[in-house]
Write a protein that binds this ligand. Sequence first.
Ligand code: FUB
Length: 361
Amino acid sequence: MYCTPGKTSFKYLLSVIVIFYMVACSPPRAGRAITEGTTGKYASRPLVSHIYTADPSAHYFDGKIFIYPSHDTATSTTENDNGDHFRMADYRILSMDSIGGKVTDHGVALKVEDVPWASQQLWAPDAAFSQGTYYLYFPAKDKQGLFKIGVATSPKPEGPFTAEKEPLKGTYSIDPAVFRDDDGSFYLYFGGIWGGQLQNWNNNRYDSSAKLRNKDETAILPRVARLSPGMKSLEGEPAEIKITDSNGNLFLEKDNDKRFFEAAWMHKYNGKYYLSYSTGDTHNIVYAIGDNPYGPFKYQGVILKPVDGWTNHHSIIQIGDKWYLFYHDTQLSGKTHLRNVKVTEMKYNSDGTIQPLSAFK
Ligand code: FUB
């Protein structure tokens, strides 16, 4: 049988093309898996593909691996250096029994409308466990448009979490990371420049007219404060964390392949304190080593080279006798603000330095 091209078959062809584009270009919805196929050129697979996730803060709680990510969502906001296109409105927590095991999405753990002081942009969170309670630390813009760091609590690691009425007094900027030292003290690391507003905070005071530094000025530094035993306030004012080169000199703004930008993380290995962070506009995850939680920290090198996508953000945890780096890239979407979290093993050399990783094969 032959088919003569006519109006009916043309309409049919047109509908097939339209449906194909609708399916191929629509954002993911919960319950619809994004086809990720094989790892292809990538060293690791996305941990989940039914939602977009980023900024993975991993912890081993209650015999499981919990990941506290940002929940990226599609937006019509135009991409800019302020990060306005990162308009995340809730958090969803992931868990797995072991690396490589099935990943569970525990659903919405906290929504921006349930945070009394916040207006928008739930960016990279972290979590901690102390005396029977789980604490979710998160940045959001307040009603005046300033990023602050809030805390929410739950009896369960996966939430749902209940937010405190006010942000943690004395906090500002973004990317909280909480570190528990061996003596049971908790420390809050935070800060991020550009859209993260850290350049507007000098001596813990807000300066709306402050600008980014010039290339020969010393680089802006991340902040740290010890958390009080109740976990909902800081003990004293945040301190700047000094990060130096091998001669003990602070980095300059122009050292932007090494200086701090955002995404601080702290872990301890063989009694030393490892501060890792993103260099932002040069897209590396790098690390520096110190002798105590406050620093100074001496720069060592790159942990993770640039990934697909503008941002690079990670966490590092030990599970059994192995160490893992959680990170994100944009494998699933190809879009800066629609990211997917991943994990890979991280190894040390015998001198305590970290073997650099690539997100690509
Ligand atoms: O997810 C929003 C922002 O992008 C995070 O706060 C930064 O660390 C970067 O990953």
